[in-house]
Design a protein. Structure first.
Length: 302
């Protein structure tokens, strides 16, 4: 329900911003198609627009009475882009303990869970399919695929190249850049996680994603930002197939993160590079240790 509410709030703000006084609004299916959401979510948007007095709704006729004001809209912190909402739901699904290579993903089922339209979900899945992480099947089904050792090594190489660049750029951000406040907040989240690690060590995956995404955004490089989606899938999911020693593994990663954060805050280029390389090398080893080699690969690697 929380994810559906987030979809609704984001779509409401997006649609309200387009309304012009005296304009006649289209049907619910047309609004749903325009916003990439479900018909039920489109209807909920119309109901709220009517309740706050932005539109007049008389059976099939829907007329805009006034433009929205700031108090009509949901706060920014309660909304996310539709892409982020779909990505988060997809990530949570494949982060579940039941997720394994060969798992079926149904477009309609995922869209219903999120409260959005199947077109938006399909576009998202097609985007990921370019990297060979999922494969299209008939009848709107997709299959989650496994990873070879070679794929993991190639991915780790590119990740390290991109993140070393992003971390370097982060260290050069001006002192008043909002990323520094975000970094301080993330450090506080790490401290809180450490304080209750036995009960909350499984929460590290989302914090890990949040931290690395902040670093990648500093590069302002569209290709790095696009590639990060693949990193999120692989490094925050596939290595977790191996549940053994998860607490110890996450505790070590948190320690590396804190050193990394301190290095970034120091703005010392050499220190940043060292902390970044140390953490990424550890992440590479964790990923490789988790991958089950296919029979054709046995004997190729020590």
């Amino acid at each position: 329900m929380a994810r559906q509410n987030t979809v609704f709030k984001e779509a409401f703000n997006r649609y309200a911003a387009t309304l012009l006084p005296h304009a006649a609004l289209p049907s619910e299916p047309e609004i749903a198609a325009q916003l990439g959401i479900s018909r039920s979510t489109a209807r909920a948007i119309l109901l709220r627009l009517s309740e706050v007095g932005i539109i007049q709704w008389n059976k099939r006729e829907k007329t805009v009475l006034r433009p929205p004001i700031a108090s009509d809209l949901f706060p920014e912190q309660e909304t996310n882009s539709l892409h982020d909402i779909i990505e988060r739901s997809f990530m949570l699904r494949i982060l579940s303990d039941e997720a394994q290579p060969g798992m079926q993903i149904n477009e309609l089922e995922l869209a219903r869970e999120i409260g959005t339209g199947t077109t938006s979900v399909r576009e998202f899945l097609i985007r990921f399919s370019r990297f060979g992480l999922i494969e299209k099947r008939p009848n709107s089904h997709w299959t989650l695929k496994g990873f070879t050792r070679e794929f993991a090594l190639e991915l780790a190489d590119v990740r390290e190249m991109f993140e070393l660049h992003s971390a370097s750029e982060f260290g050069r951000l001006p002192a008043d850049h909002p990323a520094w406040a975000s970094l301080a907040a993330i450090r506080q989240e790490h401290d809180e996680l450490v304080a209750d690690l036995d009960a909350r060590y499984r929460d590290f995956s989302q914090l890990d994603e949040k931290f690395h995404l902040l670093i990648h955004r500093a590069s302002k490089n569209r290709f790095i930002a696009d590639f990060y989606d693949v990193i999120a899938i692989v490094f925050h999911y596939h290595y977790q197939w191996n549940k053994a020693f998860a607490r110890e593994r996450n505790a070590r990663a948190i320690t590396e993160h804190l050193a990394y954060i301190e290095a970034l805050q120091s703005r010392d280029a050499a220190r940043i590079e060292k902390a970044c390389r140390n953490h990424l090398q550890s992440a590479r080893q964790t990923l490789l240790q988790s991958i089950q080699q296919a029979p054709s690969e046995e004997g190729k690697h020590p």
